[in-house]
Design a binder for this molecule. Structure first.
Ligand code: G4P
Length: 518
């Protein structure tokens, strides 16, 4: 069977910074044979950053602002014998200052792994990302990391996930002690215990079937099995239940079991909504949607790479696809598949794969690409910004350039832009502070526009939905708090979350939506 025909699992890892996402990513890729030395994920990032000097912030801060895609294969022994599965892991930037890209990446996956630090439990960013998964019913496997260190009682962690996220939790493994007392991990499915070995107390392949080491352990794991719901595939795939794995990415515990769980339980490429229709991966026609556009590394060229999540059909290099925003077909001559070691030119791609399409600004986030130009994918929302700033132009003769730049950058998804109904200066909105720095630096470097950002009186924005006459009436009385977004849609600019609640109460027939369908 050629690799192109393998079943696909397209997923992302969500976590709070420092929980161990990078380490786990490395270990997953190592297991899949995609990289040979741990540490290469970061090292590769650095080499790439050295080339991309347009984005100085990336270098200064030593963090990766942009998501990438990693592909690896692994043989899996399923019910019907061995099969090779292709895993597409979409990286979501894990830094505190994350952007809409992070959210949008989650629109392109079929499932997610939620990594939690055993000592810290659910942290704010994990929670935010979780909410985005819930919005799209993306099923989640939980990985409680760092059990080789002193952590919280596993029961406490399970209960926190269940309570804070309103999810059923179903433990699939149980750590035998933690920190200095750590003796291995019992896998409930196989009954095997993975054991630490050597001075580093790593997992090197040693397994046995006798979990009874510390006192009371038997009682503890039986309680863990009896006290929580059994794994239920349907509940998991609906996003109502999360199976929980315990492990240590650093010491290799739980990684094999996690890959096995993705292979075994995570959904294959799912049908995607297009209005009333669901586009099945079995459809003959090639369809997909753009979930991310990345400006290219070279500031002299306005090259961009649009990331398309393929939904259906068999894509072949050179194929003509029509972007919904353009209306006329483009030939995709040099598509890129992103492998962990290097980029490779793709000849064919299948549902669930991500294809990079170089272009000069013709492809926009949210665009559908298809052979027949009849499908429009929906459910690719914009997310309400959490930080709003007024753009102050230093040279007033550059108004036109600024407008062009803001339109371009908002198309790319770097920022959102709002033009107030009353008053001059544009307002930009972002979900993370870092995007603002990216904005200022790119305005200067690529558009020769010197601009500053000033506080704006607004805290967030809401799109209005509801009966037109109600919206018109609302608009008449709230001109000072209204703006138009890039598409010309009206947006309520709120001074505080309280303001949103107040207006919502006063105008029950209008929905003040924190997301906007594109
Ligand atoms: P992130 O991508 O989620 O931000 O986390 P990352 O993998 O970079 O891990 C953050 C820190 O936690 C790193 O230590 C890493 O070595 C450590 N870590 C990750 N997984 C485990 C684990 O299972 N057990 C233990 N004990 N530690 C773990 P650091 O010292 O901050 O970074 P580094 O110098 O090792 O790169």
């Amino acid at each position: 069977m050629s690799s192109q025909e393998n079943p696909r699992r397209t997923f992302a890892i969500i976590s709070h910074p420092d929980a161990g996402k990078t380490t786990l990513t490395e270990k997953l890729l190592l297991q899949g044979g995609a990289i040979h030395l741990a540490g290469e994920v970061k090292a590769r990032g650095q080499a790439r950053r050295a080339r991309s000097d347009w984005m100085k912030i990336e270098q200064q801060r030593g963090i990766s602002v942009t998501s990438s895609v990693m592909t690896f294969e692994k043989e899996f022994i399923g019910e019907d014998g061995p099969e090779t599965i292709t895993f597409n892991l979409l990286d979501t930037p894990g830094h505190e200052d994350f952007s809409e890209d992070t959210y949008r990446t989650l629109t392109a996956v079929d499932s997610a792994i939620m990594v939690i630090d055993a000592a810290k439990g659910i942290e704010p960013q994990t929670r935010k990302l979780f909410e985005v998964c819930r919005l799209r019913s993306v099923p989640i496997i939980t990985f409680v990391n760092k059990v080789d260190r002193e952590g919280r009682d596993p029961f406490e962690t399970l209960d926190e996930v269940a309570d804070m996220l309103a999810l059923d939790v179903s433990p699939q493994m149980w750590p035998i002690g933690m920190g200095g007392l750590f003796e291995g991990i019992l896998d409930f499915r196989t009954g095997e215990v993975a054991r630490p070995e050597g001075g580093s107390k790593e997992y090197l392949g040693k397994r046995d079937t006798d979990p009874a080491i510390p006192e009371n352990f038997e009682e503890e794991y039986q309680l863990a099995q009896a006290g929580y719901p059994e794994f239920d595939l349907e509940a998991y795939r609906n996003g109502d239940l999360t199976p929980v794995y315990f492990g240590s990415a650093l010491k290799n515990f739980g990684v094999e079991e996690l890959i096995d769980a993705i292979a075994r339980y995570a959904p294959p490429p799912r049908p995607q909504p297009a209005g009333e229709e669901q586009i099945s991966p079995d459809r003959d026609e090639v369809t997909g949607f753009i979930f991310k556009v990345q400006a290219n590394m070279d500031p002299m060229h306005r090259d961009r790479i649009a990331f398309m999540r393929q939904v259906s059909g068999t894509f072949k290099r050179g194929m003509k696809l029509t972007p919904s925003g353009l209306g006329k077909p483009i030939a995709v001559h040099s598509p890129i598949l992103f492998f962990a070691q290097d980029r490779e030119i793709a000849d064919t791609a299948h549902p669930g794969d991500i294809i990079g399409i170089p272009n000069h600004g013709t492809l926009r986030v949210g665009d559908t690409l298809s052979e027949k130009n009849q499908v429009r994918f929906t459910g690719l929302p914009n997310f309400a910004p959490e930080i709003l700033r007024r753009v102050q132009l230093k040279d007033p003769t550059k108004t036109k350039q600024l407008r062009k730049a803001l339109d371009d950058l908002s198309e790319e998804g770097v920022i959102q832009v709002f033009y107030p109904v009353i008053g001059g200066s544009s307002i930009v909105g972002v979900v993370g502070q870092l995007q603002l720095e990216v904005l200022v630096s790119r305005l200067a470097a690529e558009y020769k526009v010197e601009a500053g950002l000033e506080a704006s009186p607004f805290a967030t924005a809401r799109w209005l939905k509801g009966p037109q006459e109600k919206i018109d009436e609302f608009e008449r009385f709230n001109q000072g708090n209204l703006a138009h977004d890039r598409d010309g849609d009206t947006v309520f600019m709120a001074k505080s979350p309280w303001d949103v609640g107040y207006q919502q109460e006063k105008n029950p027939e209008i929905t003040f939506s924190a997301t906007k369908e594109r």
